[in-house]
Ligand binder design. Structure first.
Ligand code: IPE
Ligand code: IPE
Ligand code: MG
Length: 246
């Protein structure tokens, strides 16, 4: 499968690897159910799938991978499922602290981290610290993340700044700096696994011009080969941004 040529040239007719891929990692529960396992087993295998996909992205020259790991709405789930997801996140973050420097993988968390267990907050602070010394591929993990909540907190913070400095004119560019994703270019490709075709409150602002790719493959089964398939589909798209074909 044709994956790689020059990165990010964007020239007509030239294949390029998306600079930023976003993923709604959906289908863990159904994957487990199909096997007669508890939903939580699906989350454990899903965490492994994430590791493989992140390393593959790094290896093929993707610069940013942003994944939806836990939404502001996922707190509605049964307590034991939420507890297991949080434990798995802790395990993942601990592993990341130990390996990210060697694997040359920067990490950022998007979301309201103040709503997470203090132990998780401590690990997140550590990953931020380690990331400062790493150059290159960046994984953004959306945790206690909601697109609307992100826009609201940005508006609130802008309003506070504006009250101190009314000269601060609001532009799309300036507003983007108040989002969790500040400094990260918008996703080029948005993938949702698990068969649903909806955005579920993910990156509402940032996906204005993302290309969408939906697959029935359940997240724990999503392999690097599946990612290559999504990229190949992306490479056939004609991105016009409201203009006309060149
Ligand atoms: C996605 O898989 C993971 C999280 C939302 C944490 P689901 O748990 O939503 O799996 P399905 O959609 O029920 O199969
Ligand atoms: C979106 O999946 C959230 C994550 C993948 C973390 P959900 O399973 O929560 O979304 P809905 O309920 O199908 O919209
Ligand atoms: Mg789901």
């Amino acid at each position: 499968m044709a994956i790689t040529t020059s990165q990010q040239t964007g020239k007509a007719g030239e294949l390029y690897v998306p600079r930023h891929i976003a993923v709604i990692m959906d289908g863990n529960g159904r994957w487990a159910k199909k096997r007669g396992l508890p939903r939580t087993a699906g989350h454990a295998v899903g965490a492994e799938a994430f590791r493989k996909i992140a390393l593959h992205c790094r290896d093929i020259g993707v610069e940013y991978l942003t994944v939806y790991a836990f939404s502001t709405e996922n707190w509605k789930r049964p307590e034991d499922e939420v507890g297991t997801i949080m434990r798995l996140l802790g395990k993942y973050l601990q592993e990341a602290i130990e390996t990210m420097e060697r694997e040359k993988m920067k990490m950022r968390i998007f979301g309201d981290v103040t709503g997470l267990h203090p132990e998780l907050q401590g690990m997140i602070a550590k990953t931020n610290e380690i990331s400062r010394h790493i150059d290159g591929f960046q994984a953004n993990i959306c945790l206690n993340y909601g697109g609307r909540a992100e826009i609201l907190q940005a508006a609130q913070r802008y309003a506070e700044d504006y009250s101190r400095d009314p000269e601060k004119a609001l532009t799309e560019e300036l507003f983007s700096d108040y989002l969790y994703s500040s400094g990260v270019p918008d996703p080029d490709l948005m993938i949702r696994t698990g068969g649903e075709q909806r955005i579920s409150n993910f990156l509402l602002w940032q996906c204005a011009y993302a290309e969408f790719y939906f697959t029935d493959v359940l997240w724990p089964d999503f392999s690097p080969a599946e990612l290559d398939r999504a990229i190949a589909a992306f490479q056939k798209r004609d991105r016009r941004y409201g203009g006309v074909k060149a």
